[in-house]
Design a protein around this ligand. Structure first.
Ligand SMILES: Cc1ncc(COP(=O)(O)O)c(C=O)c1O
Length: 403
């Protein structure tokens, strides 16, 4: 690795990892959006983590600052980040993808906008399985694109699954692209090979494109396996654009360096460079994360998985009417409050449930209605915090629901 410019300097941890703390004053003093953007006692809303990042990432960033690497993105850093992403996909998921098919963009929303602009019929609608990551619901309208919300179905085991008939109907009506988020924000599903293959058949039959947002792929819990959609088959690879980033796995979303993987041969020519706005520190962090941050990630995923199960225990005892399956991937908990809300909160308007819960419990969460119409009555809770705060959040929510 040392022979490749941009990838040689980062190796071992010399910085202590940030240990989880339940000290709210300290958390606020650290200054994150998560803790300073709410007055609630427990900040469990925006998808940032209190657990810091890998020491290798911290070290690489310190090193870059010390070298004065705070200018525009140089070609060697761009190439290094693309190569590190390709290597990571191969090592972690067994997906062989050439580094010259990996392009950098500032973030996943930019990747979606560019994919729509460049690879779908002008003005065509997009299909969004809901509930969904909130900007996917709202942003496309600003780009002149209609979002067709297709509520996810629930299978016999109570898992959220794609409604293939609904997706097919939306494509038949002229939509050009399906947004697949896997692992899924907010439900935490990690789709199985069978589910993904069934989607690929529908999309291929309609000549449409899949935008596969795999930003949460590093965060998959024991017993589940992330399968990159484009690695399913040559057919899926040709109709798919994949977006990913180190930003969720290693908690560096502010550093602006997502990656787009172009597996469709026809897509390569249509995709001119779009790296304007990518930050050099984001590229440095992505390289360090992918190349050296796996041990820290693995420990963090275990901690997050235990948090998810602990919340399930607390809710099962103290608020059994709350619907919750620990996530298969991501650090997000999707709580169905529809049967658990006290009479005073039953008639709340969409968007009001999280406000009510925040007032009643002191826990700041994301309102499910922001994830699409089907999310009314649900809230999304961020589990990426000290275990004690997760337990306290569960107990406070339970007490609020009891009225
Ligand atoms: C599913 C999903 N996609 C995209 C993003 C945006 O991430 P970024 O801004 O790092 O590209 C998020 C952030 O939470 C997300 O959960």
């Amino acid at each position: 690795m040392a022979d490749r410019p941009g990838r040689g300097v980062r190796q071992t941890a010399r910085v202590c990892p940030l240990t989880p703390t339940d000290d709210r004053e300290l958390l606020r003093a650290r200054g994150s959006l998560k803790w300073t953007g709410t007055r609630g006692d427990i900040a469990a809303w925006v998808a940032e983590s209190d657990l810091g990042t890998a020491p290798e990432v911290t070290h690489a960033l310190h090193d870059a600052i010390d070298r004065g690497l705070t200018g525009y993105l140089p070609p060697h850093e761009r190439a290094g980040a693309a190569q590190a992403c390709a290597d990571w996909q191969r090592r972690r998921f067994g997906w062989e993808v050439p580094a010259d098919r990996v392009r950098l963009v500032p973030d996943v929303i930019a990747a979606l906008r560019l994919t729509l602009e460049r690879l779908t019929p002008p003005g065509s609608a997009l299909v969004l399985p809901t509930p969904a990551y909130m900007p996917f619901v709202t942003m496309p309208a600003a780009w002149g694109r209609e979002v067709i919300q297709v509520p996810m179905a629930t299978d016999a085991d109570g898992r959220a699954t794609l409604d293939l008939d609904g997706i097919d109907a939306a494509l038949a009506a002229g939509a050009g692209l399906v947004v697949l988020v896997n692992p899924h924000n907010p439900t935490g599903r990690v789709h199985t090979r069978e589910e993904l293959e069934a989607l690929a058949a529908v999309v291929e039959a309609r000549g449409a494109t899949v935008f596969a947002d795999e930003i949460h792929a590093p965060l998959v819990h024991a017993g589940h396996r992330h399968l990159p959609y484009a690695s399913l088959s040559p057919v899926a690879a040709q109709h798919c654009v994949t977006a990913t980033a180190a930003s969720k796995g290693w908690n560096v979303p502010g550093l602006k360096c997502a990656q787009v993987v172009l597996t469709g041969d026809a897509h390569v020519a249509a995709w001119q460079d779009a790296s304007e706005g990518v930050s050099v520190l984001g590229a440095v962090a992505a390289m360090a994360a992918y190349d050296h941050g796996e041990p820290w990630l693995d420990e963090t995923v275990v901690y997050l998985g235990d948090n998810a199960r602990r919340l399930a225990e607390v809710l099962a005892t103290e608020a059994p009417a709350v619907g919750y399956r620990p996530p298969e991937g991501t650090y997000l908990a999707w709580l169905d409050l529809r049967d658990a809300l006290p009479p005073a909160a039953r008639d709340l308007e969409p968007g009001e449930v999280a406000h009510w819960l925040g007032r009643a419990s002191g826990v700041t969460v994301v309102d499910g209605a922001r994830c699409g119409e089907v999310g009314h009555g649900f809230v999304r809770l961020n589990l990426a915090m000290h275990r004690g705060l997760v337990e306290e959040a569960g107990r406070r929510i339970a007490a609020a629901l009891r009225g």
